[in-house]
Design a protein around this ligand. Structure first.
Ligand code: ADP
Ligand code: MG
Length: 255
């Protein structure tokens, strides 16, 4: 409800040429021209009982608009945590992070929800599809959440499903799809609101070679479309698609 109210209050107009975002009052809040992501001295810690875990330490990172970044590092090195901070799914313990000019360091959950709806498509490692919704409904869900009630809800999911080659599975539930098919639905859902930033967590880790190839082809298409893409992956083919490969080790970015 609060999230919906935030949407009504913050009448956001996207100017895709310059990615300027205006609030309803007309106040210009950002004009991020070149940088998609800017992280300065970013730390993320977790406390479990008496145990403190530093998941990210002093991350400094600039990602240009339209850049394709491959993020690699051993299990536990902080890849998923970094994607979560960039995608506004979590906030840092300290440091600054700006995504398309919007500071995410001290935002509350309502603000982050609006931000995610406009800017971010997230493909989770475990897909995170809603089990009680059909394929088509899963893809329509972020569009409805963003408050759109027009033909977008009917037309765009169908087009996206076609793009990922799954039109014939529109009315199936996630449990009726293979892992690779669920992954493709997760990609389609991430693109539902046509976000400029796509964050993808280990997309080919659990897939057979043929399905992994399909996902890599899809990543290539997104790159051609000019999306800013950050993928956590060790897949050599994804690394080759990337403009840069960043290495995380024990929560720090390697020089
Ligand atoms: P990766 O994706 O590279 O495998 P993660 O970002 O998932 O690494 O995790 C980095 C570190 O943070 C790990 O030590 C992990 O156990 C810890 N961690 C991640 N999320 C949480 C959480 N919600 N609570 C406590 N510790 C966490
Ligand atoms: Mg991970």
């Amino acid at each position: 409800m609060l999230c919906h109210m935030a949407f009504l209050c913050f009448r956001i107009t996207l100017n895709r040429a310059s990615w300027k975002v205006r609030l309803g009052c007309g106040q210009l809040i950002m004009a991020a021209r070149d940088l998609a992501v800017q992280a300065v001295s970013l730390y993320k810690g977790y406390q479990i009982g008496d145990v403190a875990i530093q998941a990210l330490k002093d991350i400094n990172l600039d990602v240009l608009r339209n850049e394709f970044i491959c993020l690699e590092g051993p299990s536990g090195s902080g890849k998923t945590t970094l994607l979560s901070l960039i995608g506004g799914l979590d906030v840092p313990t300290s440091g600054k992070i700006r995504v398309f000019g919007t500071s995410l360091s001290h935002c509350d959950e309502d603000y982050l929800a609006v931000f995610r709806g406009v800017y971010v498509g997230f493909v989770f490692q475990s897909y995170n599809l809603i089990s009680t919704l059909t394929t088509l409904e899963n893809i329509a869900f972020p569009i409805e959440l963003a408050g759109f009630k027009d033909e977008r809800i009917n037309e765009r999911p169908t087009k996206l499903l076609e793009m990922v080659g799954l039109s014939h599975r529109a009315n199936n539930f996630p449990s009726q799809l293979s892992g690779g098919e669920q992954q493709r639905v997760a990609f389609a859902r991430a693109l539902a609101n046509n976000p400029p930033l796509i964050l993808i967590d280990e997309p080919t880790a659990n897939l057979d070679a043929k399905t992994a190839n399909e996902i890599i082809t899809l990543l290539g298409k997104l790159k051609e479309e000019g999306k800013t893409i950050i993928v956590a992956s060790h897949d050599e083919r994804i690394k080759q698609l990337g403009d840069r490969v960043l290495k995380l080790h024990e929560g720090s970015l390697a020089e």
